[in-house]
Write a protein that binds this ligand. Structure first.
Ligand code: C5P
Length: 304
């Protein structure tokens, strides 16, 4: 049986991530700049009369061997833990839908990487379900559901139009940001993931937070030199303590001569900023020579 809808769910990079405080509910108040990139999972959805949400197929693109051969644990969580299923169940209950959904998920975004793969899949599941049920206009309802599923999820609702955003609160309060030119990166993922909660638990809120203003300005102007100087991630230090791969990966990326390197989100993936497509492709080729982990070229999802 076919599917009614096929949606791309993009990955993100955090160009800036600062902690502003620890909240009573255990979350951190933060300030982060998220950028959607052109690496994406593929989600297919169809409605069904039965009220269940069935993940009928989940796998890796191009194939699982490509990941496991490079030391990556390519186990996907059981359907009951999959954020896509949780998102669709909440959608069904929240909007009082009678039937359920069938879903197929093909992953190209590594998991536990700080690239937002699971959050993006969940957001696009909500977008797809809303489209199939003619509920796209329920922006506030969808945003609320998205925020309940995960802090990063709301950002991905609008990545077709908003490629970059400043996220505050616990990550769910969004302000779209202008992007002055297409940015080129090499993204590398080591053969070890990191749990977001564990990295946050090891983090420290600084006395004087780093300002995001220079990065926002550099992004708007497409000023690569200033952007390179402004990349920042407060979670890089605790992630490095938890996973020695992060430092190793950053050093390898630095050796291929980008403008700057940084870890994304709560890790363990890291990225390098390059001046243009040609240098990024060359950098990725050198990184792909590594026996373990994966590296790929990525650009801003669109625009510029
Ligand atoms: O929201 P999400 O489920 O993605 O968060 C996973 C974990 O990361 C949370 O349980 C919390 O420990 C931590 N977190 C945090 N502050 C945030 C976002 C996440 O402490 N702003």
């Amino acid at each position: 049986m076919g599917f009614e809808l096929r949606i791309n769910a993009p990955a993100k990079l955090n160009l800036h991530l600062e902690l502003l405080g620890k909240r009573a509910d255990g979350y951190h108040e933060l300030e982060t700049v998220m950028l959607a990139i052109d690496r994406h999972d593929v989600l297919e959805i169809a409605r069904q009369p039965e009220p269940t949400v069935d993940l009928v197929d989940a796998g890796w693109i191009p194939h699982r061997r490509m990941w496991t051969d490079r030391g990556i644990d390519a186990e996907l969580p059981p359907a009951s833990d999959n954020l896509v299923c949780r998102a669709l169940e909440r959608f069904r209950d929240g909007f009082g839908i009678r039937g359920g959904f069938r879903v197929r998920l093909q992953k190209a975004i590594p998991a536990a990487a700080g690239l937002g793969g699971a959050s993006s899949d969940a957001a696009k599941a909500l977008v797809g379900a809303a489209r199939l049920h003619g509920l796209d206009h329920h922006r506030t309802g969808l945003r609320k559901l998205a925020g309940e599923i995960g802090s990063d999820v709301p950002f991905f609702l609008d990545t077709d139009r908003t490629f970059a955003a400043l996220a505050t609160g616990r990550g769910e309060v969004l302000r779209p940001l202008p992007v002055g030119g297409r940015l080129w990166f090499v993204v590398s993922y080591p053969p070890a993931g990191l749990s977001t909660g564990v990295v946050y638990a090891r983090s420290q809120v600084p006395v004087r937070p780093r300002s995001v203003a220079p990065l926002i300005d550099a992004l708007a102007r497409g000023n690569l030199q200033q952007l390179a100087k402004s990349l920042f991630n407060r979670l890089q230090e605790p992630a490095t303590m938890l996973c020695p791969w992060v430092d190793r990966l950053l050093a390898r990326l630095r050796a291929v001569a980008p403008l700057a390197v940084m870890m994304s989100g709560s890790g363990s993936a890291c990225f390098a900023l390059f001046p243009d497509r040609r240098t990024a492709v060359r950098g990725a080729k050198r990184m792909q020579g590594m026996q373990d982990g994966i590296s790929f070229v990525a650009a801003t999802a669109c625009g510029g």
